[in-house]
Design a protein around this ligand. Structure first.
Ligand SMILES: [Zn+2]
Length: 251
């Protein structure tokens, strides 16, 4: 979320010329917040990689494919296919094609890490089957967010560069577009956390993992959830920063 637009924003935001201390300047505070988020984001992704590497060494009886098929079957879901896709960390559930798509490592390997990811993606399939409200809201927002994401940077940049009424209006439009993106990142949180809860509970109940290995799966999926928390906080900080610039413009 810390993108080109933000860097240009720091450069273009008007600095107060009066004798205020640097800590009174919101731009400095926001700059510190963004650096904090960047560091937290790095730490979370480092810890996530380490945990998945560690739990990829913990063997279990079933491959990711088998775990997914078993979990779907035990939830009475027979119309969702489990497929193997290329890449790493590409695992996802597609509600349109009704497929649980697992990356090669997850699909083929019989480890705690693979089982955690496979069961998490099936957690989304179970949410879909049960019409889980946050998932429905999230799906409804997808087209709005993909439209917003494609133009928001340019709208805000244009708004910043034009120091006139049209520029101020464009900034406001940009804030609304970014607001939709921010809302999406927050609705994603319950969807992801709930899918992980369903995953770990089922993994233990079904006997796929024992208590000790369940804790490993919990730890891996918790790390994965932090990446969504960071993304949401980053989006919120960026949105508030745009709002601050807009308010200053109007002063
Ligand atoms: Zn997920």
């Amino acid at each position: 979320m810390i993108n080109l637009a933000n860097i240009l924003l720091y450069a273009s935001a008007e600095q107060p010329v009066e004798t205020r201390s640097w800590w009174d300047d919101p731009t400095v505070i926001y700059f510190a917040i963004f650096i904090g988020i960047a560091i937290a984001s790095w730490a979370v992704s480092y810890s996530l990689k380490r945990k998945f590497a560690k739990y990829s060494e913990e063997p279990i009886r079933y491959t990711g494919k088998e775990v997914a098929e078993k979990m779907l079957h035990e939830h009475g879901i027979d119309d969702v296919k489990v497929t193997c896709i290329a890449g790493q960390l590409t695992d996802h559930y597609n509600p349109l094609t009704k497929t649980v798509n697992l990356s090669e490592d997850v699909y083929n390997k019989a480890t705690v890490a693979a089982a955690a990811v496979a069961a998490h993606e099936c957690g989304h399939a179970v949410q879909h089957q049960q019409a889980y409200a946050p998932l429905k809201m999230r799906s409804a927002l997808v087209p709005v967010v993909s439209f917003s994401s494609s133009i928001v940077t340019w709208v805000i940049l244009a708004g910043l560069l034009m120091v006139n009424q049209l520029g101020t209006t464009l900034l406001l439009v940009g804030i609304c577009l970014y607001g939709a993106i921010t809302l999406f990142t927050f609705i994603t949180l319950p969807v992801e956390i709930n899918a992980s809860q369903r995953a770990v509970n089922w993994l233990e109940e079904s006997g796929v993992v024992d208590r000790e290995k369940k804790e490993m799966a919990v730890s891996a999926l918790r790390s994965a959830a932090y990446t969504y928390v960071i993304a949401a906080l980053s989006a919120l900080a960026t949105l508030l920063y745009y709002i601050m610039i807009f308010m200053r413009r109007r002063e």
